[in-house]
Design a protein around this ligand. Structure first.
Ligand code: AMP
Length: 211
């Protein structure tokens, strides 16, 4: 199964990608995670992409395509989280898939209004111990917990300025992909303001209906 998740930051792409992967065995391919891993490892590429990441700007298409490419032939299939994000990336993906002789089964757009997203992102905290994501109001990090001692930190690009920039770029560059994939009969839209399990259910339903 090969599925693309499109959606603004904070819509829950990462959360849903993980849940779909658990249900179907498909591998999660997250270009954002790859970008953060390069930054953390302090590689030359990491230094290059950090500037874009921290400002909420998009990393140049060629770099992202090269990062994603080696994973796209995975025999267990995939859920793409955060890629493609521009029409140029969508076209590059199409070329790679044609070479591999495989196709996309479904594209899911997770929908939520900007106010909800800003609220979700600005309260988001990640445990450096376990990687788990919390929200200061809706799912607060535990205090004095042995299971997850933290510390609980904010992502470098979850500042208000970077959040606004990422949403602006989403509407400008990524949202047009909905039309691109709708024309191919692949798009399904899901309301991402619902609870996590409800969203998963709608996503799985859209995958099963498969165009
Ligand atoms: P994410 O975790 O998906 O929000 O990605 C974090 C950051 O990584 C983005 O703000 C971009 O700087 C970069 N990035 C991740 N995926 C892409 C992509 N497909 N195209 C361009 N930049 C990306």
């Amino acid at each position: 199964m090969r599925v693309i998740l499109i959606g603004p930051q904070g819509a829950g792409k990462g959360t849903q990608a993980k849940r779909i992967s658990e249900k179907t065995g498909a591998r999660v391919i997250s270009t954002g995670d790859m970008v953060r891993a390069e930054i953390k490892a302090g590689t030359e590429l990491g230094r290059k992409v950090k500037e874009y990441n921290d400002r909420g700007e998009l990393v140049p298409d060629e770099i992202i395509v090269e990062m994603a490419k080696p994973h796209l032939g995975a025999p267990e299939g995939w859920v793409l989280d955060g890629f493609p994000r521009t029409e140029a990336q969508a076209r590059a993906l199409e070329e790679v898939l044609a070479e591999l002789g495989i196709g996309i089964d479904r594209v899911i757009a997770l929908e939520a209004p900007d106010e909800v997203l800003v609220e979700r992102l600005s309260g988001r905290r990640q445990s450096q111990a376990t990687g788990r994501i919390y929200h200061v109001r809706y799912d607060p990090p535990p205090q004095d917990s042995e299971e997850d001692p933290g510390p609980f930190v904010q992502r470098d690009d979850d500042t208000e300025e970077a959040i606004r920039r990422r949403l602006e770029l989403y509407h400008e560059q990524t949202e047009p992909l909905k039309r691109y994939y709708a024309r191919q009969g692949l798009l399904a839209e899901v309301d991402a303001t619902r609870s996590i399990p409800e969203v998963t259910e709608q996503v799985m339903k859209a995958i099963r209906e498969n165009g």
